[in-house]
Write a new protein. Structure first.
Length: 243
């Protein structure tokens, strides 16, 4: 099996495994929070539609302020169609990022194996999830956000610069490399992420904090599973090829 074929096959399998792991965590910890946020969004729209109705007393008509946000799996209200779409999106995400890791591994001449797989996963998490989330944390429905085009440009730039910084740190484990790498990582945040309009948020702050924590946890597990499984599968295929 040639190098490109082996990397591609390992990427497909690893992306599938990581995507399924991500979708499972999302169904358990993330989707219930999104559904709660959608209830606030729906009630706000309902309140606006009946703004002139004297019986309307506030935007959150059906969610008492004392109700605490809960992250957990709801068997009674399980939506199979929504779950299927979530699984599909997660698997496609896993496949896409796995192919990117494989391409970066080939062009940078840095192998992905059992020893380096977790490090690749951590590098992916830091550059694609952690660093961009400092300026643009995961968003719930109903949250106020900056203009989409500006957010996309800043996100892509932050991912690329963070990945370059990690590459510099890996290739130059010395004070100069450390200085350059840390300097690169700080560039997007010194420039600053797009600022959303100064409008009141519809979603309670407690729900937002819990959602961000669970979303980042799911991405952390996703990248670790992706890196480890990619390295394990790639090394296994390489051994079989040499046998």
């Amino acid at each position: 099996m040639q190098l490109f074929q082996r990397i591609f096959f390992a990427a497909v399998l690893a992306g599938l495994v990581a995507g399924l792991a991500l979708s499972a965590i999302q169904q358990w910890r993330v989707v219930p929070l999104i559904i709660q946020a959608e209830l606030y969004e729906i009630n706000d729209v309902h309140a606006l539609e009946h703004a002139n109705d004297p019986v309307v007393v506030g935007p959150h008509l059906h969610l008492p302020e004392t109700e605490a946000p809960v992250a957990g799996f709801d068997f009674a209200g399980f939506d199979f169609e929504r779950a299927g779409l979530t699984v599909l999106a997660s698997v496609l995400t896993g496949l896409g990022y796995a192919l990117v890791l494989g391409a970066v591994s080939i062009f940078s001449n840095i192998p992905i194996n059992r020893q380096t797989g977790v490090m690749w996963g951590l590098a992916g998490f830091i550059s694609v999830a952690l660093m961009p989330s400092i300026g643009l944390p995961p968003e719930l429905p109903g949250m106020v956000a900056a203009e989409l085009g500006q957010r996309q440009i800043w996100w892509v730039g932050t991912v690329l610069i963070s990945a370059l910084a990690i590459y510099v740190l890996y290739k130059n484990p010395n004070p100069a490399g450390l200085l350059i790498g840390l300097g690169l990582i700080l560039v997007p945040h010194i420039m600053g992420a797009p600022v959303p309009p100064a409008e009141p948020a519809n979603v309670p702050a407690a729900l937002v904090l819990i959602y961000v924590a669970n979303a980042m946890f799911s991405l952390f597990v996703f990248w670790l599973v992706l890196g480890f499984s990619f390295g394990w599968i790639n090394q296994r295929l390489n051994k079989e090829e040499g046998a």
